[in-house]
Every structure is written in C-alpha cells, then in structure tokens.
Design a protein around this ligand. Structure first.
Ligand SMILES: Nc1ncnc2c1ncn2[C@@H]1O[C@H](COP(=O)(O)OP(=O)(O)OP(=O)(O)O)[C@@H](O)[C@H]1O
Length: 429
C-alpha cells in the first residue's frame, strides 16, 4: 500500500516513506546546522508515542513546538503540479503528483512574507500531531522550503470544503447532524489537549464523501494552547467571531479559550442548517439581530428572534447554550451530541429557508468582502476560485454583482487602514 495512503492508526513516522530524511540530499536551509531532518524525525517519533499515551489535559509534548529546520527543495524537483486548488489568505493549495512514490498529495505553500519560520513550524507541528484523529486532515511528515514558500504535505480532500458544498437553503438536517457529530469529535479531541483551533469556519472543513459521512477539520495556522495571550485574527469572517473577541480592545491581547471554538461551531451549525449567518457581527450594541438573540438567550424576553423561529424548541435550547454570550456558561462543543435524537428544524415552519434576507447588512461588511477579494483577485486567481468566491459570497448573502472599480477602491482603503496594525494578528507562543 502506498505509504501516503496508510490509515492514520497505522501511520508511523518511521514508516512514512516520504519524510524529511528522503529529502536529505537537498541542502539544509542552514548549511552549518546538523542534519536537522534526523532530529525532526526523532522528535516526532517520540511525540506521537507520547501523544497517544498521554491522556492528561495539558497535552504534554504536543505543546512543545520542536526546534526544526527544513531542507530546501524546488517543488518541481519531485512533484508535478496538477491543479491550483485554492488560495487562502496565507497559503496556496496545490494538488500535486509525487513522482518518486507515484501518488497524488496536496502541498500547502505559505509565502515566507506572510508567515515567520516559527509560525510555519507551529502550524506544521499541530497539523501533523493531530492527524491521527479520523476527522482531522492528515498531514505527512514532509516539510521543505521552496523559493519564497514554506511547504508541507497533506492528504487530498476530493470534494473541497463545506462552503463550496453549501447551497443558499442550507443542508438537510441529517447531513448537518453527521457533520456536527464529526466536528464535535475533532474539536473535543483538540480541547481535551488544551488546544484551541481559533478559526472554525465553513472553508476549514473538508469534504471526503458527498453524503458528508466523512468530513475533516483543517487549517491549524491559528491553533493555540488554551490560556495563551493572543491578538485578533484579522483575516477571517467577522460573522463567525465570538462576542468576547469582537469586544476585545483593538491592539490589545486577550486570553484564548476553547469557548471561542464552541461559539464558532454554533455559528457554523446555524449556517449549515439555513445557508445564512445569524448576524453580521456579535456586537449587541450595533447589530440588532445579535441584540435580539442575546436578549432571548439571557431570558430577558420569551420572544424568539425571527431568524431563529425555524428551529425546534429543543434545538433552540442548544443554540442558547452554545451561543451563550457569557463564556463561562457557554456549552462545550461535545454538548451537541445530546441533541442528536431530536428534531433540529421546526417542521411546522413552511417558509423557504433560502431567503437571503441579511443582504443589506452583510453587504456592508466591507472587511469580509475585501479580505476575500483582496486575497483572491490580487493573486490572479483562477476562474475556479472566482466561481468559488461568488458561491461563498452568496452563501453569506453577500452582494455578488459589485462594480469592480468600487471593489478595488474598497480593497485599497482596507489595505491602507490595515497597514498600521499589520503584524498584530498573529499571537506569540
Ligand atoms: N488538503 C486539501 N484538499 C483539498 N482542498 C484543500 C486542502 N487544503 C486546503 N484546501 C482548500 O484550500 C482552502 C485554503 O486552505 P487553508 O485554509 O489551509 O489555507 P489558509 O491560507 O490557511 O486559509 P485562510 O484563508 O483560512 O487563512 C480551503 O478552504 C480548502 O478549500
């Protein structure tokens, strides 16, 4: 069997055929350093063993980001690029064919100007170490630098991400339950190791079966140990940010908690069930939809907010707990499992689920629009990405027929307004 395709339970680093040792002919990044690929392998073999046997809450060795070096190699030396799958805010995602092993894998290539080497190693470390969970994307023990990119290898998700699979009316309740249970398991696993993902969104869940019976969490670029002081992640949808993050003072750090993942998980469930987001921003002062929900969640009114009226009373209870404003009282991600036997949508509600009624609000969320357009348009995205972007925007009920000159102007305004705070969006270790 191809070593890339071994099941996670049997995948050991010593058996991973294409590992950094196989890149040993390539010059080390720092020629005066010892052969770092050896220490990388050793370190990881130990840590995988420890991780499996380590049941204590602090995650043990998982939190020790190794002091690795990676070899230099040009991608085309061993790989044929088959497809540019996507461009995230930080990374280019390529489907490639690895000639020596004759197999297809994905390379995530992060521009060296967009990340530090330390941050890259941190993402690679968490991606690799969490890989043995069945609902977490498998990353391989392959990392290198190529020209201006830090690169690591992952398995390929044939059906893209959840955003690309979500229509305007949302998914069927049974599919959402299946996705919810898999993500609850993946996130519950991370939380049991005191790790916070910090960027739960539709684009970070990859689809391996068209009936959603196999989905996997990806993108551990923002993953952080619980309790660490962090700054806001700027390049993400504001709709998904929890209130405590929205409320955090600009440029000031805050303590990262697993409750933030619970919140984003709750917003994702809403999005999957409805094809919409519940509000533009969890800011009760400036967002009427969130203000109405907060009042209901805090039992200051019995009036169900209009955009929540389509859910069953039982699932409304779940939403109240997972979208609880108070982080101390917010439900854990695993709480959703208690509701698997209940109906989630209210069958009495017959109105169409697909009304894009937050267009007015969402279209004014220029940061969200610009983050995406800036990211994809300015990098000469492929048509495929543009289609995906349009689909994604329609999922979030964002205007898709924008005047491109207006868009460009907004992008530049946004870039200029961000420049001042650039570099604040990544936490320290
Ligand atoms: N292994 C994979 N197989 C298929 N598609 C993938 C894979 N990894 C990533 N993608 C696609 O590429 C997109 C971007 O990937 P990823 O989130 O890792 O990059 P990023 O630059 O860190 O993203 P972000 O913009 O969220 O910061 C994903 O949303 C998904 O659509």
């Amino acid at each position: 069997m191809c070593k890339y395709h071994q099941t996670k339970s049997t995948m050991k680093l010593s058996e991973t055929k294409l590992d950094t040792n196989q890149l040993s002919n390539r010059s080390s990044l720092k020629s005066n350093t010892p052969k770092r690929s050896d220490s990388c392998k050793l370190s990881y073999r130990n840590s995988v063993k420890s991780l499996k046997s380590n049941s204590n809450k602090d995650g043990g060795i998982l939190h020790q980001i190794p002091d690795l070096d990676v070899p230099y190699m040009e991608i085309n030396k061993e790989y044929d690029i088959l497809k540019n799958i996507a461009e995230g805010c930080f990374a280019k995602i390529y489907l490639v064919h690895h000639r020596p092993i004759k197999t297809n894998v994905v390379l995530k290539a992060i521009h060296t100007e967009l990340t530090s080497f330390k941050e890259f190693i941190k993402e690679f470390h968490y991606s690799y170490q969490l890989s043995h969970h069945p609902n977490i994307l498998s990353s391989y023990n392959v990392a290198f630098q190529s020209n201006d990119y830090f690169v690591f290898a992952q398995e390929y998700a044939p059906y893209g991400d959840l955003a690309a699979n979500l229509g305007p009316g949302g998914l069927h309740e049974s599919s959402v339950k299946s996705i919810a249970s898999q993500l609850s398991s993946a996130l519950g696993f991370m939380h049991s190791k005191s790790l916070v993902h910090r960027d739960i969104k539709l684009e970070n869940v990859l689809v391996f079966a068209l009936d959603f019976s196999r989905v996997k969490l990806c993108d551990f670029g923002a993953t952080t140990k619980e309790g660490t002081l962090v700054a806001k992640i700027k390049h993400t949808w504001k709709n998904f940010l929890p209130p405590e993050v929205i409320e955090s003072v600009k440029h000031e750090r805050f303590i990262c908690r697993t409750s933030a993942d619970s919140w984003q998980f709750g917003i994702m469930l809403y999005s999957l069930l409805t094809g919409n987001v519940p509000w533009r921003k969890a800011d009760w002062v400036n967002d009427a939809k969130y203000a109405a929900f907060k009042k209901y969640e805090e039992r200051k009114t019995t009036k169900i907010p209009e955009n929540f009226s389509k859910f069953s009373p039982r699932f409304l209870r779940a939403f109240r707990k997972i979208l609880c404003h108070n982080t101390e009282d917010r439900a854990k991600v695993t709480e959703v499992m208690k509701y698997m036997k209940d109906k989630w949508m209210d069958s009495k509600i017959t109105t169409s689920k697909s009304t894009g009624n937050i267009l007015g609000q969402a279209a004014s969320d220029q940061d969200s629009i610009c983050v995406y357009l800036n990211n994809r348009e300015s990098k000469n995205s492929l048509d495929e990405n543009k289609t995906r972007l349009r689909r994604l925007m329609s999922t979030y009920c964002l205007e898709t027929s924008l005047d491109q000159n207006v868009v460009k102007k907004r992008i530049w305004e946004w870039i200029l307004s961000c420049e001042e705070g650039h570099g604040d969006d990544v936490e320290g270790y």
